[in-house]
Design a protein around this ligand. Structure first.
Ligand code: PMP
Ligand code: GLN
Length: 381
C-alpha cells in the first residue's frame, strides 16, 4: 500500500512505555500520573453508568459539562463564552486538534509549528493536504524566535499552532508575546490552534497567559484543553475546544463525522465533580510544583543539569556530563535498560534536531515514592 503518512512510525510514547514494561524500569517517559484521579470523580462515573447515562451524548457535549467549562473559563480568564456556540467537548485534546486542523487546512496550505512540537500536529496537517513549516524555538529557554517566525510566515500560511505550557520543555508564552503575535498576524488571514492542555500546571506564582484572555487572538483561535491532564485521568481521553461561533461551527462539521460525541458517563462525572470542586484547578499548581521541586531537589545529587520547569508535568535534563557520546535516543534506551528509568528523548519532537542536543524528558506526575526511587537510580548514573 502506498502510505498516506510514509514518515509516521510508532510513537515514541508507545515505544518507551513498552520498553519500560518489558525491562521493569520506572516509567518517567510517557506523560501520565501513576496515581488516580479524585475518588469522588471516579465514583461519579459508576453512579452515572448505573443511572442509565449510557447512550450518545449530544454532539457538542453534555450541556452540564459545557456549562462547567464556561464557568471555569470565566473564573480563570475573565472571559464569558457562550457554552452553546463556543464550547465543544471532544474525546481528548488530540481529537480536538485533529478536527480543528481538518476544518481549516486546505491542500497546499502551510501550518507553522514550533519545534520541538507534540507529535500529533504534523500527521493531522498532512492528512488535510497541508504542509508544516517548522520554526525552532530558541535554546536554552525554548522561547519564540520572532525573526524566524516572521520569516516563516508567507502567502500560504493558514494556521499557527501554539502550545503553552509547552510539551516537552515546560516553557510558557507570556502575555507580551501573545501581543507580539497579534501584531505580527493582524493584517493576515491566519488562524490559531492554542494547545493549552497544561493550562493549570504553571508554577512559581506565574499566571497562565491563555489565548482565551486575549481578545484579538481569540477571535481567530481554537483553544484546546484536556480533562485528562487536569483531573489526573489521561485514559478518559476527554477534552474540549473553545472557539468563536463561526470557527466552532466549522470544527463541529468535522467532529460530528470523526467521532460524533465524547463518552457520556465520563462527561456526567466531570460535570458533577467540577461543579462540586471548583477549587481543584486552583490547587493544581501547588500540587505539581511540590512534585517538580521534590524531583529537582533529589536530582541535584546527580550529574544531570537542568533549570526547573516553569510548567507542565515534565522536567528536561541535560546529560552531557554523563554520556556525551550518546544521542538522546541512545541515552533514553541506555537509561531504561541499564539504570531502570525510562525517559523521552527530545530530538524526536524536531524536524531537524539541533546538533548535539543532549536532553531527555522526565515526567514527574508520579507518587513521592516513585520519584524518590527514580531519583535514587538517576543519582547513581
Ligand atoms: N497536546 C499536548 C501538548 C499533549 O501533551 C497531550 C497529551 N499527551 C495532548 C495534546 C493530548 O491530550 P489528550 O490525551 O486529551 O488527547
Ligand atoms: N502527551 C503525552 C506525553 O507527551 C503522551 C500522549 C500519548 O501517549 N500519545 O507524554
Amino acid at each position: 500500500i502506498q502510505s498516506k503518512l510514509p514518515n509516521v512510525g510508532t510513537t515514541i510514547f508507545t515505544t518507551m512505555s513498552q520498553l519500560a514494561a518489558q525491562t521493569g524500569a520506572i516509567n518517567l517517559s510517557q506523560g501520565f500520573p501513576d496515581f488516580d484521579g479524585p475518588q469522588a470523580l471516579r465514583e461519579a462515573v459508576g453512579r452515572h453508568v448505573m443511572a442509565g447515562h449510557n447512550q450518545y451524548a449530544p454532539m457538542t457535549g453534555l450541556p452540564a459539562l459545557r456549562e462547567q467549562v464556561a464557568q471555569k473559563i470565566a473564573r480563570s480568564y475573565g472571559r464569558r463564552v457562550d457554552m452553546d456556540a463556543e464550547v465543544t467537548v471532544t474525546p481528548g485534546a488530540t481529537e480536538a486538534i485533529f478536527c480543528a486542523v481538518q476544518a481549516l487546512v486546505r491542500p497546499g496550505d502551510e501550518v507553522i509549528v514550533f519545534d520541538p512540537c507534540y507529535d500529533s500536529y504534523e500527521p493531522s496537517v498532512e492528512l488535510a493536504g497541508g504542509r508544516c513549516v517548522h520554526v525552532p524555538l530558541a535554546l536554552p529557554d525554548f522561547a519564540i524566535d520572532w525573526q524566524r517566525l516572521s520569516d516563516a510566515i508567507g502567502p500560504r500560511t493558514r494556521l499557527i499552532i501554539l502550545n503553552s505550557p509547552h510539551n516537552p520543555s515546560g516553557a510558557l508564552i507570556s502575555r507580551a508575546e501573545l501581543d507580539q503575535l497579534a501584531a505580527l498576524i493582524r493584517e493576515r488571514e491566519i488562524y490559531l490552534i492554542s494547545d493549552e492542555v497544561y493550562e493549570h500546571l504553571v508554577f512559581d506564582g506565574v499566571a497562565h497567559a491563555s489565548v482565551l484572555a486575549h481578545e484579538e487572538l481569540y477571535a481567530r483561535a481554537f483553544v484546546v484543553s484536556s480533562f485528562g491532564k487536569t483531573y489526573h485521568v489521561t485514559g478518559w481521553k476527554t477534552g474540549y475546544v473553545v472557539a468563536p461561533p463561526a470557527l466552532s461551527a466549522e470544527l463541529r462539521k468535522v467532529h460530528q463525522f470523526v467521532t460524533f460525541c465524547g463518552i457520556t458517563p465520563l462527561q456526567w462525572a466531570l460535570a458533577d465533580y467540577m461543579s462540586a470542586h471548583p477549587e481543584h484547578v486552583d490547587e493544581l499548581p501547588a500540587f505539581y510544583q511540590a512534585k517538580r521541586d521534590l524531583f529537582c531537589d533529589l536530582l541535584k545529587g546527580s550529574r544531570f543539569t537542568f533549570t526547573r520547569s516553569p510548567g507542565t508535568y515534565f522536567q528536561l535534563a541535560d546529560y552531557s556530563a554523563i554520556r556525551d557520546d550518546l544521542s538522546d535516543v541512545e541515552m533514553s534506551l541506555w537509561l531504561t535498560r541499564e539504570h531502570g528509568v525510562a525517559t523521552i528523548p527530545v530530538s524526536v519532537f524536531y524536524q531537524t534536531p539541533p546538533k548535539d542536543l543532549r536532553l531527555v524528558r522526565f515526567c514527574f506526575a508520579k507518587r513521592e515514592e516513585t520519584l524518590r526511587q527514580a531519583a535514587e537510580r538517576l543519582c547513581r548514573v
